[in-house]
Design a protein around this ligand. Sequence first.
Ligand code: BG6
Length: 501
Amino acid sequence: MTEHKIPTAPPCTVFLFGANGDLVKRLLMPALYNLSRDGLLDRNLRIVGVDHNAATAQVFAERLHAFMRDRAVGGEGVSQTLDDKVWARLAKRLDYQTGDFLDPATYAAIGKRIAQTSNGNAIFYLATAPRFFPEVVQRLGEAGLLDESKGGFRRVVIEKPFGTDLASAEALNACLLRVMSERQIYRIDHYLGKETVQNILVSRFSNGLFEAFWNNHYIDHVQITAAETVGVEGRGAFYDGTGALRDMVPNHLFQLLAMVAMEPPAAFGADAVRSEKAKVIGAIRPWSQKMALKNSVRGQYAVGKQGRKRLPGYREEANVEPQSQTETYVALKVMVDNWRWVGVPFYLRTGKRMSVRDTEIAICFKAAPYAQFRESEVERPKPNYLKIQIQPNEGMWFDLQAKRPGPELVMEDVQLGFAYKDFFKMTPATGYETLIYDCLTGDQTLFQRADNIENGWRAVQPFLDAWAAGGEVHAYPAGDDGPEAGAELLTRDKREWHTLG
Ligand code: BG6
């Protein structure tokens, strides 16, 4: 295999707003460390932490070092020891700017720093609480820092949550677009940084085989699951006002849906890919409130067990209202109204404190039309599934039926599969490496465009409205697979959830 040499990203100053927050130390700095280790950062790339707490570059670097030295820098569950040489190179790039996000003086100081560089390139990474997004962006604009007319690119990276409903997402987009063009905006969804998510498009569009059966003639329904074993992990204050629907569906789950359901783009450029994604998310049928209630199930984890360990209920978590009605589990049925998918339901579910961690897409094919082997004990042929597992066991598997060797005709479930780890050396990564590299090189393919985000909220809004008006939140024991009502969403359609794990 010939090694493809990846070019070094252009020089730039990356301003990390919210430098003392969790995201920077847990994900962004480890990702920058990995990029630096792989030689993908230019020698003139600088990283400036911006936050209101007074600190120096040295203190900032020491804090990050202490955190990263003691923990994994390879992403969740992947430990990797910090290499002193790589760290020393990264530390030299670090600087710190003390400043209030609302104070124009902060932006004047940032402007001075950019003026001192020979390239003028800057990325403003908003790793702040969402309430600061419009404030920071507006001030960057007022200070002239988003002006690219003197050469040098100016880009803004916005984290999720991008709005809390359709109206607020539209308002935030309008605010961003008042001070810069869409070309300068990088809305992050970290699911798009996952190799396995990117691979869905490659699998679909580089293997002629799939297209032949990727439609409503052969596919019965699609299931998209993001099951987590963790609870709210100290994020009670944020989560209680957010809930599973807003936290996971219009962003991560819809990105997976788009990857599975979009049409092949005319080219692999950012605009062609994002137009197809926006189209398919825009084709999700907007349910009436009545239908939204019928096609959704909300759950909340109660006290449960993991082995012999007691797991607390959601309402016992720190900073959660004792009578909270916030959902930690959601299951939805949505329909994609276009030529390819008409009549094929997409069932989506996500939950915290479930029995296993499993993010997967299960494509369920229509069963063989006729029970060929009538003499066998199987009355109806089972449907075949294609399982695309995003995490933790990355890969793809086809569930098939085969004859068990022997004189009798007995069918057995078998699998045809591809596991990433069998073919590729997976270097530890946080998922942010690709996204940061793409932002440095100006490739917006893996970032959400305004219409993509708004279409997502448009599809989710009927559920929000219906729930605000009524409906039940079902309790499920922590460590279990969600409430019974979640299973019924499928059994009433004579289907069932693909087994987790
Ligand atoms: C985040 C959500 O966006 O995604 C979290 O806010 C969730 O609540 C996380 O745990 C899941 O990401 P991953 O990569 O672990 O599947």
